[in-house]
Design a protein. Structure first.
Length: 405
């Protein structure tokens, strides 16, 4: 009997979860704990995996190479984020998702305002105690420590030829990868429980009033992915269809879990083993991307600002809409050290743009659904930037790309 692939089992779990949620309704929410266990099992290793991957990537580089590679990475992140925010503005002006919304007259938001100056954001990038950063899951602080640790190992290896610690880190990374692979065998069960819970407890009624907003998110996400794929495929001289197929597994995981952290181990595995991206690139760019590259969030924030302005009949001028693009880009950095995801990011952007904070309540009911698009685009942008850099740096294994599905 032919064994069913894990990705087909996940797709089947999604379908069965939707059916189960519709048929059984709210009572099926009692199985959510199975999904929570799956997410915890993945997340228990992610922060250590990020630290190890960055240490290995930086420690294996010459210090001069790190500056060049890091610069290209940050430019790639900035470009993809700004483009996503600009697309959000364009789509909001065309689709007008905030007009015609009914049944939301008594808006109230429980999300608290986030008062952070730019200097506070930058200071919070740096850990005061790495153990505290690890225990709280503060990935950006862990990455800063890992970069410095890896840089020290790189210098040590160059000066004294001592690579024993770096070799140990590599072995730990291999072990963590195996742990993730074991946990991923339970993915169909966990994803079934999560999807069934969402559909069973929220239902279709939550989506209807803001269907145009989700439509705009979907069009923006798919549009950016298609255009970026074509440009990257031309640059790399590969088939855009073959390139697209490489994103299938990580896309499904991102779509069903709405978590970049949970998707990261799958990203790294497929980037290296299916796309032919050298570890020196993937293990630096992808963990950084999870924390610093949020094109999906930028698209969401730009769309949200114009949706709320349309709902409250607030007219934003062209210059104000350009300011929304800038703020949406900066806010993706501002939420790196603030738990709470998209809704907290809105609490940063809305007051700055003079929009009522109550507008957050307008989008709160569909946050999980919009999170699907945010996560998929975030993951895609991270990997496409890594792929682009790998090609540019001659760190792309074309044979691996062609020979794997």
């Amino acid at each position: 009997m032919k064994k069913i692939s894990s990705i087909k089992l996940i797709v089947l779990a999604v379908i069965l979860g939707i059916i189960g949620g519709i048929v059984i309704g709210k009572p099926i929410g009692n199985i959510k704990f199975l999904g929570d266990i799956f997410l915890r099992l993945i997340q228990m290793s992610v922060v250590i995996l990020i630290m190890g991957a960055v240490i290995e990537a930086v420690g294996s580089l010459d210090p001069d190479e790190l500056g060049r590679l890091g610069g290209k990475t940050l430019i790639g992140f900035l470009v993809t984020t700004v483009i996503a925010a600009a697309v959000g503005i364009i789509l909001a002006n065309i689709i007008n998702p905030g007009s015609g919304i009914t049944g939301m007259n008594n808006l109230h938001s429980d999300v608290k305002l986030v008062n952070q100056s730019f200097s506070d954001i930058i200071v919070n990038f740096f850990p005061k105690n790495i153990m505290e950063s690890l225990s709280t899951g503060n990935t950006i602080q862990v990455i800063v420590f890992a970069i410095l640790f890896g840089l020290a190992l790189s210098i040590l290896g160059k000066k004294e030829g001592n690579t024993s610690i770096l070799n140990f880190v590599k072995q730990v990374n291999i072990t963590l990868t195996y742990i993730i692979q074991i946990v991923m065998k339970s993915a169909p069960i966990g994803i079934f429980a999560l999807i069934a819970w969402v559909v069973g407890t929220t239902g279709i009624k939550v989506i209807i009033p803001l269907a145009k907003f989700l439509l705009a998110m979907g069009i923006g996400t798919v549009g950016i992915i298609i255009v970026t794929l074509l440009i990257t495929a031309v640059y790399a001289k590969v088939s855009p269809i073959r390139l697209a197929t490489k994103f299938y597994r990580m896309g499904i995981v991102a779509f069903t879990t709405t978590s970049s952290a949970v998707t990261l181990p799958v990203e790294m595995e497929d980037a290296e083993n299916k796309m032919g991206i050298n570890k020196r690139v993937s293990r630096l760019v992808l963990p950084l991307g999870m924390s610093l590259n949020s094109g999906g969030l930028a698209l969401y924030l730009a769309l949200a600002c114009l949706t709320v302005s349309q709902f409250f009949n607030i007219n934003l001028s062209v210059s104000q809409q350009i300011a929304v693009v800038v703020m949406s880009t900066l806010a993706t950095l501002g939420t790196v050290v603030v738990p709470g995801g998209g809704l907290v990011a809105l609490a940063i952007v809305f007051p700055t743009m003079g929009l009522p904070i109550e507008g957050i309540a307008l989008l709160a009911g569909i946050d999980w659904f919009s999170g699907i698009f945010r996560t998929v685009l975030n993951v895609f942008n991270d990997v496409i930037v890594a792929f682009f850099i790998a090609v540019n740096e001659n760190e792309f294994d074309r044979e691996t790309f062609i020979s794997t599905k």
